[in-house]
Design a protein around this ligand. Structure first.
Ligand code: FA5
Ligand code: MG
Length: 448
């Protein structure tokens, strides 16, 4: 008992990169295993797939007119103002909830997206001498556990500004971009579903902008992303041909689709999806930046228009390098990290997987009402905190309500498996026991 108390002793503050932040019992939900990821910086790690992809995109975008400053070193610790308020998130937006976000305390959190730095970078635009910027960074979200979800992943934010709103400048910039697209080797088929808007209120423009501006700026945004995606997938197709990999059919064209979207800080807003392996994959959210963000960054009213995008790097990297499990990106195993080289896309060669070990945990919830349920992300966090990189997936496999008592029972199946080594039965039993104990202690459940 004494040992257990010692090991769960709660410090009054949290240290991240030598800075201390006070805990808040009502907010703090960041755990040591999450804080361990803060300095891994896969997007800057030489010869790492996420770094290779970031570099490829930065180079392609700057090959057009060298208009983007790059920021790759921002700390993940940001204020709620930067992550949410500066962007116009309403007070009750679900993204703010403790079940989705890692809070350090009530005013400080681990950024959930690179948009948290838009305000700061917009405000530096004048001093950089470039009309755009790209921000790449690790982002943190409490989420489910499976092969495509990990609580830390990477995004690239891109923004491009027209100060003074010169229509001539916009036309000229769009022209240069179009020339680059025209001479690109990739055979692109683009369907823009957002152009079939039944009513403009579905995805409205901002009052202060003219229709012509909206048209030019949104074309510049869409063509920029189409160029980047063409480049990335062209590299992939070239590597498939070079490797003569017969497991996948080599496409001779690339299908993209634009759909309407909603973000609190852009209007209109879109998402772009790519057709790959017989499925549409969402790559990126984007839109025309709401004036409130630009005003928060110190620009004068009605002086400026801008576009913004936010692109997820990990899923694209998994697809390009054919990496089957997102946890591999975090592997320190030589057999993983020695396979990649800066500037090159190649297919990951799987090495033998270590055997997994399955355990079920079944329990009665303490009460019968909705409010006495456990949020699934809280359960995920307990498993993650105890198992670290040894958990492959957690799935609800059974849910049962006793018709007489109204009591609810849940059963979750946990697959323990390491990317890097064999794990023993004793080790798994120990972790499983700790998970069960923590569930009982924190949520007063009755194990079955
Ligand atoms: C955002 O995070 C917005 N900040 C994007 C944005 C920026 C919109 C600027 C408008 C203007 P979203 O939550 O959809 O949006 O995430 C953006 C991209 O990150 C997704 O398209 C996806 O590629 C990737 N992504 C999202 N969640 C995950 C996850 N759990 N694991 C891996 N990639 C993810
Ligand atoms: Mg989305």
């Amino acid at each position: 008992l004494f040992l257990r108390c010692e090991s769960t002793k709660i410090e009054a503050s949290i240290k991240i990169n030598d800075k201390s932040y006070p805990r808040d019992p009502n907010y703090t939900n960041v755990t040591p295993s999450i804080i361990d990821h803060v300095n891994r910086s896969l997007h800057k790690k030489p010869n790492h797939p996420v770094n290779i992809l970031r570099d490829l995109i930065e180079k392609k975008l700057n090959s057009v007119d060298n208009s983007f400053t790059t920021y790759n070193d921002f700390s993940p610790v940001v204020s709620t103002f930067e992550n949410f308020d500066s962007l116009g998130f309403p007070a009750d937006h679900p993204g703010r909830s403790k079940s989705d976000t890692y809070y350090i305390n009530d005013k400080t959190l681990l950024r959930t997206h690179t948009s948290a730095h838009e305000m700061e970078c917009y405000s530096k635009i004048n001093s950089t001498g470039k009309p755009g910027f790209l921000i790449s960074a690790d982002v943190y979200r409490r989420d489910e556990i499976d092969r495509t979800h990990y609580p830390v992943f990477h995004q690239m934010e891109g923004c491009r500004v027209w100060k003074g709103r010169s229509i001539e400048q916009m036309k000229q910039d769009l022209n240069i971009l179009q020339q680059h697209l025209d001479k690109h080797e990739m055979n692109l088929i683009v369907e823009d579903q957002s152009l079939n808007n039944k009513s403009p209120s579905e995805n409205p423009k901002q009052q202060y902008m003219t229709d012509e501006e909206v048209s030019l700026v949104s074309q510049h945004l869409k063509r920029s992303l189409e160029l980047v995606i063409s480049e990335v997938f062209n590299q992939k197709i070239k590597s498939m041909k070079r490797e003569n990999n017969t497991t996948q059919e080599i496409p001779n064209e690339l299908k993209l689709r634009w759909v309407n979207a909603y973000f609190p800080w852009t209007a209109p807003s879109w998402e772009i999806e790519v057709w790959w392996n017989n499925d549409w994959l969402e790559l990126c959210g984007c839109g025309i930046t709401q004036q409130q963000v630009i005003l928060n960054s110190g620009f004068e009213k009605d002086s400026t228009v801008s576009w913004a995008f936010g692109l997820g790097l990990d899923r694209i990297a998994m697809l390009l390098f054919e990496i089957p499990d997102i946890r591999l990106l975090w592997s320190k195993d030589e057999r993983f990290i020695s396979q990649f080289k800066d500037g090159e896309i190649n297919t990951f060669k799987p090495y033998s997987r270590y055997p997994g070990s399955i355990r079920d945990v079944a329990f009665w919830l303490p009460g019968t009402t909705e409010s006495e349920e456990i949020h699934e992300n809280d359960l995920m966090e307990i498993v993650r905190d105890n198992a670290g990189p040894l958990v492959e997936s957690v799935k609800l496999i059974d849910r049962f309500q006793n018709p007489k008592t109204g009591k609810k029972s849940l059963c979750y199946r946990i697959n323990y498996q390491s990317m890097d080594r064999n794990i023993t039965n004793e080790e798994v039993n120990e972790i499983q026991k700790n998970v069960e104990n923590e569930l009982v202690e924190k949520y007063d459940v009755t194990l079955r």
